[in-house]
Write a protein that binds this ligand. Structure first.
Ligand code: NAP
Length: 401
């Protein structure tokens, strides 16, 4: 049975128990009456022989009610207990992973040195840039890959001046929306002594939330997003992983998204590509779990304040640096995580609420429907702000009737 169903059943049984206690089902009141009758007769000094006779024999209806009620009570208690144990388990796991595991040295052992290289795709902005700064601060040499050479050179000198421990930063200018770049990448990577870390970060999203057939330049866009979000991760792994396996050493961080947790309408292709990244990472993590020295993580970020999201930092939307620092602290401890506590709280809230509501329609569907309702409002605002007629409503007149 799914966790959601267990939770709901637990809640249902708890409610039944409360009703039983407050209003008293027939079994309870009968029992109380019998008990008080017996107590009364005991105070009045009944004959020893009278005692068994003061408890009236149950008729078959009463005994069925009695047995049913006690089974329900028992199950209710069991489910409430299971719910409490589940919450305690989740909390203690969080506390262990957050506070204890790192201090016990259970996380990954980073091995920064001038000869050990960290490769970061999409490293000139947002999450990728933050990974670059953090790994440079540790003392890794970096290969940063993005599509704008001017920006790459600027970021290179920033990284070197801000992080004294970082011996070298190489740059490679390629556009990940193109499928013909991997020979160049392979040649550049062949010049690196040891590939110790690969951060598969590069990704692109929609320009605006949109229905699939209304995406601007639909077919070229599909090629671009699939190349950038799916092909890039897979081909970078194909180049780096064999070397890591041979070296018995390597850390792979694949950047996925909370949109991989359920299908997200109006971001359908993006959400599907991020689910691909998540599934690939999780499957590979199991394939290579027993390979010594190899760590693979699916880094499932929630909303982060970056150029891509166009969101401002807030409690639910941390900065790239806050998110990446939290994520880095989990490498080697969690094979798949949402990283920052704000993202973990969001996902736990969504899991619990949609588990309870999603019993009949399925949890992911409730979640997807919420996302759709929410994003549809943002989408409408886009058209309103520009004084444009929403083509979705124009094409589907019946929706406005
Ligand atoms: N922001 C969020 O809320 C969020 C949430 C979950 C997951 N993520 C994921 O996190 C990753 C990074 O997102 P972000 O928010 O940090 O994005 P961002 O701020 O827009 O940065 C994207 C980086 O990738 C580079 N890039 C983009 N397209 C490229 C291409 N075709 N070829 C080469 N480089 C390219 C950009 O280079 P230029 O600067 O030169 O364009 C930039 O360095 C993505 O995989 C995204 O799906 C983001």
């Amino acid at each position: 049975m799914a966790r959601g169903q267990i939770l709901l059943t637990g809640v249902a049984f708890a409610v039944i128990m409360v009703f039983d206690v407050v209003y008293g089902l027939p079994e309870s009141s009968d029992t109380m009456k019998r008990t008080s009758d017996w107590g009364e007769s005991k105070r009045n000094g009944p004959d020893e022989e009278d005692l068994p006779l003061t408890v009236p024999a149950l008729d078959s209806h009463q005994s069925i009610v009695s047995v049913t009620t006690s089974v329900w009570e028992w199950m209710g208690k069991a489910f409430v207990l299971a719910f409490v144990v589940y919450i305690l388990y989740r909390l203690s796991k969080e506390v262990f992973q957050e506070c204890v595991a790192k201090r016990m040295g259970l996380g990954v052992v980073w091995k920064p040195s001038p000869d050990n290289w960290a490769i970061i795709t999409g490293a000139t902005d947002g999450i990728g840039l933050s990974y670059a700064h953090n790994l440079a601060e540790m003392g890794y040499s970096l290969l940063i890959i993005s599509r704008n050479d001017e920006k790459l050179q600027r970021v290179r000198s920033d990284l070197l001046s801000a992080n004294r421990a970082c011996a070298e930063v190489k740059t490679l200018c390629v556009d990940f929306t193109r499928p013909d770049i991997y020979e160049r990448i392979r040649e550049t990577l062949a010049t690196l002594t040891n590939i110790d870390v690969l951060v598969n970060n590069v990704g692109m999203s929609y320009k605006r939330y949109e229905y699939f057939h209304m995406i601007d330049d639909l077919e070229p866009f599909i090629d671009q997003i699939v190349n950038c979000n799916v092909l890039a991760v897979t081909r970078m792994l194909a180049i780096c992983l064999p070397r890591m396996v041979t070296a018995r050493r390597g850390i792979v961080i694949n950047v996925s998204s909370i949109t991989a947790d359920c299908p997200v309408p109006l971001l359908a292709v993006y959400s599907a590509t991020k689910a691909y990244v998540d599934y690939l990472s999780r499957a590979l993590e199991i394939e290579y779990r027993d390979t010594p020295g190899l760590t693979i993580q699916s880094a499932v970020f929630g909303f982060v304040a970056t150029k891509m999201s166009s969101l401002k930092p807030s409690f639910v939307c941390p900065t790239a640096d806050e998110s990446v620092r939290a994520m880095l602290a989990t490498v080697g401890i969690k094979a798949r995580t949402h990283g920052h506590y704000a993202h973990r709280l969001q996902i736990t809230y969504l899991e619990i609420i949609s588990s309870v509501l999603g019993v009949t329609r399925g949890r992911p569907m409730v979640w997807s429907q919420w996302s759709y309702n929410w994003l549809a409002k943002f989408r409408s605002r886009y058209y309103e702000k520009r004084g444009l007629k929403d083509p979705w409503l124009t094409d589907n007149q019946w929706l406005t009737v």
